[in-house]
Design a protein around this ligand. Structure first.
Ligand SMILES: O=C(CO)[C@@H](O)[C@H](O)COP(=O)(O)O
Length: 232
């Protein structure tokens, strides 16, 4: 059942290590067959090097595993909540990718600072509020999904396809699993660009004095040297 979707979701999961979006077994990708009301997700805790298409787990929209020998991802309930509330999405990627996760830890939304961002993400990527102690102690992954849905009460998930879960990391969605990974790659790139750009504009650094520049450059290249040409 759903062999083709399992293959596609497997291939999408394997893009995470290919694009450097994960370490160890972090992250997970899923894809849904809306007609059947079933989605396929990575199994929990399996090293990507050992992952096989047949390891993918099939889950219904009640959260029940209908196919698969392994436990579904620990984030399955978060994916489930998003599939239930965001009716047009076909695939979801969650990572702990370095730059997007670091931005999620700031608790800030990620502004659209440039056209690279704008090519894939329509505006500021929102950051959720922190989960309450009760939400953390309760159905944590379910509540993570609910906080994302709450964050989108005023936003259209078909226009903004990503969210930063505060202190946790990005969840990104698209029309299918593979496209959701592509968007997760871009999100991490533009988060890095935002960090660098904000640091560059906020920095109080000054260029070194000419004398220090001379000391280092000229002692290596000879007096009045021009780069690459040694003066006699
Ligand atoms: O967010 C988390 C853990 O904080 C998860 O995404 C893990 O990083 C991967 O868990 P599995 O999908 O292997 O259960």
């Amino acid at each position: 059942m759903l062999e083709q979707l399992k293959q596609k979701v497997y291939e999408a999961n394997m893009l995470l290590p290919k694009y450097g979006l994960i370490t160890f077994t972090w992250g997970n990708v899923s894809g849904i067959d809306r007609e059947k009301g079933l989605f396929v997700i990575k199994p929990s805790g399996v090293e990507y090097e050992k992952l096989r298409p047949e390891d993918m787990v099939v889950v219904d929209l009640e959260g029940k595993v209908v196919e698969g020998d392994l436990n579904p991802s620990s984030d399955t309930d978060t994916h489930l909540v998003l599939y239930r509330h965001f009716k047009n999405i076909g695939g979801i990627t969650h990572t702990h990718s370095r730059w997007a996760t670091a931005w999620a830890q700031t608790g800030r939304g990620l502004p659209a600072y440039g056209t690279t961002h704008a090519d894939y993400l329509y505006g500021e990527v929102p950051c959720t509020r922190a989960l309450t102690m009760e939400e953390i102690r309760g159905e944590y992954e379910w509540n993570t999904g609910k906080v994302i849905v709450e964050t989108f009460e005023e936003l259209d998930p078909d226009l903004m396809n990503a969210v930063l879960v505060r202190s946790h990391g990005p969840f990104v969605w698209a029309e299918n699993a593979t496209k959701s990974v592509e968007k997760a790659v871009v999100l991490d790139e533009v988060a890095m660009m935002a960090f660098v750009g904000e640091a560059a504009t906020a920095c109080a650094m000054k260029a070194i004095p000419q004398e220090l520049l001379d000391k280092h450059y000229l002692r290596k290249h000879g007096k009045h040297a021009y780069y690459g040409q040694k003066q006699e």
